[in-house]
Design a protein around this ligand. Sequence first.
Ligand SMILES: [Zn+2]
Length: 304
Amino acid sequence: MDPARVVHSPQYRCDIGLHVFPTPKYDGVLGQLLEGGDVTAAEVLEPPAATRALLECVHTREYLDDLDALRLTERTAYSEMRLAPDVLAAFARHASGTWQATQVALAEGACAHVGGGLHHAHAGHAEGFCFYNDLAVAARMALDTAGVSRVAIVDLDVHQGNGTAAIFAGEPRVFTLSLHQERNYPAIKPPSTLDVGLEDGVDDAAYAAALAPALEAVWAFAPELLLYQAGADPFHDDQLGGLRLSFEGLEARDRAVIDGCVRRGIPVVTTLGGGYARRLEDTVRIHATTSRLAVRAAAARAAS
Ligand SMILES: [Zn+2]
């Protein structure tokens, strides 16, 4: 049997109505990987539906009860998403997907989740298009059930990873890095282990210069697993971002993280996070590049 290289579900393309968040991007990224010959259909794994127990390893019962009952409360109101069973099931499956990709990465060295990176979800409330924090679920499961003792979550979305930061505050086994545009959502930024707030309009060179020392801090932590939130929204033509990265700058960013893991033998999982380029194909291209690098890392290890 072919080893899994990519985790994806057709359910991710759920109908959230007219919205800046493009759910068709998930199928678009997978399509590029298949058409480009990066993976075969047999190497794509579909995650199971998320169980309540999986979600409870991070999220509070009160919050999950509100979601299950489709109750509009202070815990659910800030998702900025439609509260509907199909939408919730789709986003819960991202949490299952990142955990599944983590299990593959622990065995194979790397895995691309064509989904996930929903870093604004907190333990007890939804926020910013995020209901369930898949990164936190996967990190917690790896610590609790997979014998992993240190996890790094590297969040390079243009927006600060507030949910992940808050969930792992005071948890010494998890290193959270967020490198983001300082003057952007969220207004309140709970401290990550390391936050790097960038000025508006930062370009490829300045971004790389800020990323390098931040990654050195991650490597010094000696993680046994790295979960990468590779948001596409630092792109210069993003509608919700104010940085000025090019396609090449974003690929250099991805290589710094993924190649850095490969050199050190750290299992790495890529997740997509945000991406709101004016042209959907630009967002898809950025995410496909990230995912392709993870697929190639796993293939190279298998061949060595
Ligand atoms: Zn974002």
